[in-house]
Design a protein around this ligand. Structure first.
Ligand SMILES: [Ca+2]
Ligand SMILES: [Ca+2]
Ligand SMILES: [Ca+2]
Ligand SMILES: [Ca+2]
Length: 335
């Protein structure tokens, strides 16, 4: 390695370390995809969105799968139940203005005999999907599709300790053995639009009319938004992202890549913070996000403008994903 490249690598590591040191506070799980990403969400895991996935159904090319996970380290640091006062929402923009045209809202009742009743309803101008059932059940959706909610293996994989140790990655998956609570909704493509259409998908959680968390792509808030702005980002809406958070994203990407012009261009891709997805397209990230996508390696590469290519050494989840609904791996044993 030349001296220049060594300096560059050290510079990137130092820049990342500055960001990480600034952004990551105890508990140490902070700094993951979107686990414990702001002071507000860290108070209650059941309203902390960890990750959002959007992908073509492996079993049915005419269907799209939407997943959100909450309760980081469920059963250890978080509860294993959903918040009965919260609205869990998947939002879908079908006309490119980063404003939702259809919202799938899931709500839960109190825990009885170990399960919670849940209800799906649709708001907006697309066909109405609705469902009612219990956590842990596979529920048929009226209007087409399938819904479930419950405890699963955390599908996110990342050498978080290595990241926090100046990118000294050892390939140790910090999330191995940990669970999350997940909501999995598979919908007919016809409910979203026409095959080939580009849509934007994100998730949000509201309690009592206040938006606690929202997320599109992984690690946008965690890595690119400064600590003092994280609650505001989570309270924001994608259609305001360019005006409200562009300066922060450009500053962070400039620090990581050393290239202000590159940062300006990338800010046009990263904001608004939605998963862009082409209906009927089976590719993964950045076309939506599939469970097995190594999004951390992809983002380390993109954010450093190709300077950091090694990845974190964790290339897959600790448990195999399934090709059938709900696609997630089963929960690890809990005590
Ligand atoms: Ca979060
Ligand atoms: Ca729209
Ligand atoms: Ca896992
Ligand atoms: Ca990786």
């Amino acid at each position: 390695m030349t001296l220049t490249r060594t300096r560059l690598t050290i510079g990137i590591a130092a820049a990342l370390l500055v960001l990480v040191t600034a952004l990551v506070a105890p508990p140490s799980i902070g700094g993951a995809a979107d686990h414990l990403d702001s002071p507000l969400v860290a108070q209650d895991g059941s309203t902390d969105i960890n990750d959002v996935y959007v992908f073509e159904s492996p079993g049915a090319a005419d269907s799209t799968v939407l997943i959100m996970t909450v309760n980081p380290a469920a059963g250890v640091m978080s509860d294993t139940t959903f918040n009965r006062d919260a609205r869990y929402e998947f939002l879908v923009d079908t006309d490119g203005d980063a404003v939702q045209d259809t919202t799938y809202e899931i709500t839960f009742k109190k825990t009885e005999n170990g399960t919670q009743e849940l209800k799906l309803k649709t708001k907006g101008d697309k066909p109405r999907l609705s469902a009612r059932g219990q956590t842990g059940e596979i529920i048929n959706v009226d209007g087409g599709g399938t819904l479930t909610a419950g405890l699963y293996d955390d599908p996110f994989f990342f050498d978080l300790a290595g990241f926090q140790n100046e990118l000294a990655f050892t390939g140790d998956d910090f999330f191995a053995g940990l669970n999350v609570s997940a909501i999995v909704l598979e919908v007919p493509n016809s409910a979203l639009g026409t095959s080939g259409d580009a849509i934007g998908v994100w998730a949000r959680i509201e309690v009592g009319g206040t938006q606690i968390d929202r997320m599109g792509r992984p690690a946008i808030n965690t890595v690119l938004i400064p600590t003092g702005t994280k609650n505001a980002f989570n309270a924001g809406i994608p259609s305001n992202d360019q005006s409200a958070f562009r300066d922060e994203v450009v500053a962070s990407v400039t620090a990581l890549s050393g290239d202000a012009a590159y940062a300006e261009a990338l800010a046009d891709v990263l904001l608004p913070d939605v998963n862009t997805f082409t209906i009927g397209n089976s590719e993964g990230f950045l076309n939506g996000r599939q469970l097995a996508d190594d999004v951390i390696d992809a983002e380390l590469n993109v954010l450093t403008n190709g300077a950091f290519t090694a990845g974190d050494g964790v290339n897959a989840n600790d448990k195999a994903f399934s090709n059938v609904f709900p696609y997630l791996a089963s929960a690890h044993p809990t005590n």
